[in-house]
Design a protein around this ligand. Structure first.
Ligand SMILES: [Zn+2]
Length: 451
């Protein structure tokens, strides 16, 4: 049998096992969400002890850290003991990701993903099979618990690389009419995306709040009829109240928000009662800190997460940079999963182009695919003038600058924009203390049209 064919069969078998694993994981999670809180905590802490022991034995960074603190894995028995371990930052991973990868990880079976989320700090992450299966199972739970059905037609707004992949690959279950998902690119013109929505007539729309806000705005302004999803799911960005209202009113729809990160996937989500975000505590530990100390329940603090699944690259007490609080409220749905509230998070600015078109920050926030960039920020000075501050890493070359320009110009829909790239030592934080990667200093007064 030719090598290519053998590889394809292997890939098919691997994918099938992975899908079966996701389905099994989903049925386990579907049940466990209703367990009593103490039982859920027991499951969580058992997994926590496992990952701490694994990290100590197999990950250079944690082994050295524990040794330097005279700490042994048996000293971390429960969530309260986690405070003995210092916080891990994105910068630490960026400096030397290899130190956080377990030496027993089977690299051939791992997936590496280069990403920046919305922080402007590209990062290379490694995920093993179990981590990906766990993510898949959790997203199935979020999906079905929002009231979505197996035979729903779904439109998902994604970055261009994902939408391209989906155009060339259709999973077998799609052909049977299950989880039919059409990917639309956030870089396409709003009018084109609206035409696709009208033609496909989805039951569910998933996407970034900034993208969905632009579509909702146009639908209302132009009084477009015929887009009638039953459910809209928002993810990956903070969802301000006015954006929620706009999407609700444009589509007359129930909106479900989800919270997560590229490192852990979605791990907190709204149920049909909308009392806050249920945390997936079978898969993560979420803490809320101020000045390095755990705050009391209901007090706001920096969100710090420990993942319980990814043995290839365990992230323990990893700071996400957002602000939230643990809610003591019991959700009226009766689930045992505790609630959190999100106070403040990653928010980038919309941009107004010279033609008056408004674009989502997602259109240009794609520099993680450009080699040589350790961190960046894009500042719009005038409608036709962008300044890109770049912290260079060892892979930086003159090509880095031309690729950065190309990427951004593509997102600006072919409009005539001057782009200046400046190399800096450090990206300063905003006055608010936040790290934003897309900032606009242009007033958006006379602009209503988009795409
Ligand atoms: Zn609930």
């Amino acid at each position: 049998m030719p090598f290519r064919q053998r590889t394809q069969i292997k890939r098919f078998i691997h994918k099938s096992f992975s899908r079966l694993g996701q389905a099994k994981g989903y049925f386990d999670l579907k049940k466990s969400q209703w367990l009593a809180r103490p039982k859920l905590k027991k499951i969580q802490e058992k997994k926590l002890r496992n990952i701490i022991k694994h990290a100590y034995n197999n990950v250079e960074y944690y082994h050295a850290l524990f040794k330097s603190l005279n700490l042994h894995p048996t000293d971390v028995k429960n969530v309260d003991d986690l405070c003995k371990i210092p916080i891990l930052t994105r910068l630490q991973i960026q400096k030397d990701p290899e130190k956080i990868i377990a030496h027993d990880a089977d690299r051939k079976r791992c997936i590496t993903s280069r990403t920046s989320g919305s922080t402007g700090r590209p990062l290379v992450l490694t995920f093993d099979d179990d981590a990906l299966i766990n993510r898949g199972s959790r997203s199935l739970r979020h999906f079905f618990e929002s009231g979505c059905h197996l035979n729903d037609k779904i439109v998902r707004f994604t970055s261009p690389s994902r939408s391209l992949r989906s155009r060339t690959h259709t999973p077998w279950f799609n052909q049977l009419g299950f989880l039919r998902r059409k990917h639309l690119s956030v870089l396409d013109k709003i009018d084109n995306n609206i035409s696709s929505l009208l033609a496909y007539s989805p039951d569910v729309i998933e996407g970034y709040p900034s993208t969905l806000w632009l579509i909702a705005n146009t639908v209302q302004d132009k009084q477009i009829e015929g887009i009638n999803p039953r459910i809209v799911c928002c993810t990956a960005e903070l969802l301000p109240q006015d954006v929620r209202k706009k999407i609700n009113s444009a589509f007359e729809v129930e909106l479900f928000d989800q919270y997560g990160s590229v490192e852990f996937g979605t791990f907190a989500w709204e149920c049909q009662e909308h009392n806050g975000y249920h945390m997936d505590i079978e898969s993560v530990v979420v803490e809320f800190l101020r000045n390095g100390e755990n705050v009391s329940p209901e007090e706001k603090g920096e969100i710090v997460v420990s993942g319980l699944f990814n043995l290839a690259m365990p992230l323990i007490r990893y700071s996400l940079g957002d602000i939230g609080r643990f809610s003591t409220e019991r959700c009226s749905c009766g689930r045992g999963l505790p609630l959190m509230k999100i106070i403040d998070g990653r928010t980038d600015d919309f941009l107004v182009l010279p033609s008056g078109t408004i674009i989502s920050p997602r259109n240009i926030n794609l520099l993680e695919y450009v080699d040589g960039i350790a961190a960046y920020r894009i500042v719009q000075k005038e409608r036709d003038k962008l300044e890109v501050q770049v912290v260079a890493d060892s892979g930086f070359s003159p090509e880095t600058i031309s690729r950065t320009r190309d990427r951004i110009l593509r997102g600006c829909l072919g409009e005539d924009i001057e782009i200046n790239v400046e190399i800096v030592d450090e990206i300063p934080r905003d006055i608010s203390g936040k790290m934003r990667s897309v900032v606009s200093e242009v007033k958006k007064t006379s602009t209503t049209q988009s795409g």
